[in-house]
Design a binder for this molecule. Structure first.
Ligand code: COA
Length: 275
């Protein structure tokens, strides 16, 4: 033990690449598998799974209740090539040999598109960025915790390969997705436009940061108003989670984003308000 936090320890190492990164990601599948329901298994996807992953993604997108929840037009580059090769790490979850879920982590190189520029992060931090690119779960498998586990796996992989900054974009309307990610420390930090003008929340997690919401600044914003409320983030606010109207997620028809400023809570230091 070095006394450093897990994130700070990872950030002190040069980022792992290629086969080394793949091996570290594969080793962390044990964490994912240990938590899976018994009828499911998991393995790393490779380029040989390209057609299978393409077909799965097309099927899931075709069944979305709200097409804005996931638009492939919002993706950058060739998703399959970028996430099954040298620049990405993807776990697949299987039932009876059928792909039923995946979670993809993008590890951009120096010449690649990097969402750190959208935050923006300082240039020296861009090599420490990983993208929480995409996850999809078969409708028949939803509500079994697969998304939460795929988020945990990708955070563990990102930390282990030395990329302390995790970023992604999510539709403001897809509150299940950003609500889950916020619960794991990826907080919506601003609104940006991607693809052909799609409005997306930009989410960020810094493994080296210890922050919590300043309760004195908390406010609830209806989810369906978020896309027009870029001003919310001007003062350094973040979204900390989603809140169901009436308090019961099972019966709620309206959802709110819990918005507030961050307080840095570095161990051993007094709390200070931060942007
Ligand atoms: C968004 C999406 C990935 C969620 O997947 P999911 O596997 O159903 O999500 P989970 O099962 O992990 O979580 C759903 C609920 O199941 C519950 N759950 C049941 N068993 C659980 C377990 N063992 N562990 C954790 N949560 C569990 C949780 O309470 C969770 O409730 P919450 O939403 O209040 O957190 C899925 O709906 C999907 O594929 N949508 C279409 C594509 C998309 O939008 N992708 C995200 C954009 S990148």
């Amino acid at each position: 033990m070095t006394g450093l936090s897990h994130g700070a320890e990872a950030a002190a190492r040069p980022p792992a690449e290629g086969a080394e990164a793949f091996a570290l990601a594969e080793a962390r599948l044990a964490l994912l598998v240990a938590e899976l329901p018994e009828d499911l298994s998991a393995r790393m996807l490779t380029l040989a799974d390209g057609d299978r992953l393409t077909a799965f993604r097309q099927r899931i997108v075709a069944t979305l209740d709200d097409p804005d929840h996931y638009r492939m037009a919002g993706e950058v580059g060739n998703f399959i090539a970028d996430h099954l090769g040298a620049r990405g790490l993807t776990a697949g979850i299987f039932q009876d040999g059928e792909l039923v879920a995946y979670g993809a982590l993008g590890i951009p190189g120096p010449e690649d598109h990097n969402r750190g520029r959208d935050l923006p992060l300082p240039a020296e931090d861009l090599p420490l960025v990983a993208h929480m690119s995409s996850a999809m779960v078969d409708p028949a498998m939803r509500g079994r915790g697969l998304h939460h586990r795929l988020i945990d796996w990708r955070i563990a992989v990102s930390d282990s390969i030395g990329r302390r900054h995790l970023l992604t974009t999510v539709s403001p309307r897809n509150h299940r997705s950003w609500g889950h990610l916020a619960g794991h420390g990826l907080h919506p930090r601003r609104l940006i436009r991607v693809g052909e003008g799609l409005v997306r929340l930009l989410l960020h997690r810094d493994a080296a940061e210890h922050a919590q919401m300043d309760r004195a600044t908390a406010l609830l914003v209806p989810v369906d108003e978020l896309a027009a409320r870029g001003d919310l983030f001007d003062g350094g606010n973040r979204v900390w989670g989603r809140v169901p109207e009436g308090g019961d997620p099972a019966t709620a028809t309206r959802w709110y984003a819990l918005v507030g400023r961050a307080i840095q809570t570095a161990p051993g230091r007094p709390q200070t308000a931060a942007a």
